[in-house]
Design a protein around this ligand. Structure first.
Ligand code: HSE
Length: 328
């Protein structure tokens, strides 16, 4: 299987490194970042490219654009991991549409395009007999889409709720356990590559809200937008609120919730008992699906991080290869 990667930040670099280290039968033929790109249809020297990126900030030649990669590289699947734009989905949306319209499957971690145009993108994929997969867009390493779509198939899902943002969870954990200030904890989360390129998406609850919209539209068949979500972030939580909650064996977590029956989506900080299932530490995400047959199913795992996100991207790539009968 040959792939082209657009986006060479924390996620793109982590993915390239892992594919290079593991013998998965995946060949990277092109990589592009916001300023440069590189193509070798026989397979790129990933160590050299990572080294170049580290030293110069560029992955390749400034003359190689994403458009050139999409048109002239030899790839079976486009891996689209550029930063999210929640308002327009661009430029990722155009890259994804272009690849799908050429019959190339797409795997993305990019939330904007899926939240904004899922049904349109799915239609293009179906018309061109290719796949659109986005496991990495929701809850990092947790295979939440696969679990809800396949693992719980046949169930009526009544409610989905939990911790959907690793950065906020990390900040709240560090403020509570290490008594860091909000700014110190945010700085750490950014340095560790957990936060979005624009971290206000995380702390204002927008990232969690986009993930709810994605689940609502892709799993539950709703037609929601970000404007339909009632959002409160963690940016106005004072440190002493966490200390006060702690004295009562409670803590605060940013919780996202889809009330399926009433079609209501909400993200807000909630006070929970410290031993509540959803009170997870650091970048962990924890999501409970309330169902009619299986009862409550809770999935817990790392919700942010380069290797963790790469895990979901690789699982999508291998799923596509499996569905295609290992044609490549
Ligand atoms: N910034 C996101 C988070 C990354 O912290 O959850 C994964 O979507």
């Amino acid at each position: 299987m040959k792939i082209a990667i657009l986006g060479f930040g924390s996620v793109g670099k982590g993915l390239a490194r892992i594919i290079n280290e593991k013998n998965l039968g995946i060949i990277i033929t092109a990589v592009g970042d916001s300023k440069s790109g590189i193509i070798d249809n026989k397979g790129l020297d990933i160590c050299k490219i990572l080294d170049n990126k580290e030293k110069t900030g560029l992955c390749g030649d400034m003359k190689i654009t994403p458009e050139l990669i999409l048109n002239s590289a030899d790839y079976d699947v486009l891996v689209e991991v550029t930063p999210t734009n929640a308002d327009t989905g661009q430029p990722a949306l155009e890259y994804i549409k272009y690849a799908l319209s050429k019959g190339k499957s797409v795997v993305t971690s990019n939330k904007g395009p899926i939240a904004l145009e899922y049904s349109n993108l799915l239609k293009i994929a179906e018309e061109n007999k290719c796949f659109l997969r986005f496991e990495a867009a929701v809850c990092g390493a947790i295979p939440i889409i696969h679990a809800l779509e396949h693992g719980l198939a046949g169930n009526n899902i009544k409610r989905i709720y939990g911790v959907f943002n690793g950065t906020c969870n990390y900040i709240l954990t560090r403020m509570s356990d290490e008594k860091l200030t909000y700014q110190q904890a945010l700085l750490e989360a950014r340095e560790l590559g957990y936060a979005e390129a624009d971290p206000t998406y995380d702390i204002k609850g927008i990232d969690a809200a986009i993930k709810l919209v994605i689940l609502a539209n892709t799993i539950l068949g709703f037609h929601k937008t970000l404007d339909d979500v009632d959002i409160t972030g963690i940016d106005n939580i004072p440190s002493d609120a966490l200390q006060l909650a702690g004295e009562d064996e409670k803590t605060i977590r940013l919780i996202g919730e889809i009330d399926v029956e009433n079609e209501k989506l909400r993200v807000s900080p909630r006070i929970l008992l410290k031993n509540h299932t959803l009170v997870v530490q650091d970048t962990l995400n924890a999501v409970t699906a309330e169902t009619d047959l299986a009862g409550n199913v809770t999935l817990i795992g790392k919700g942010a991080g380069s290797v963790e996100t790469a895990s979901s991207i690789i699982s999508d790539l291998l799923f596509i290869r499996e569905c295609n009968g290992r044609r490549y």
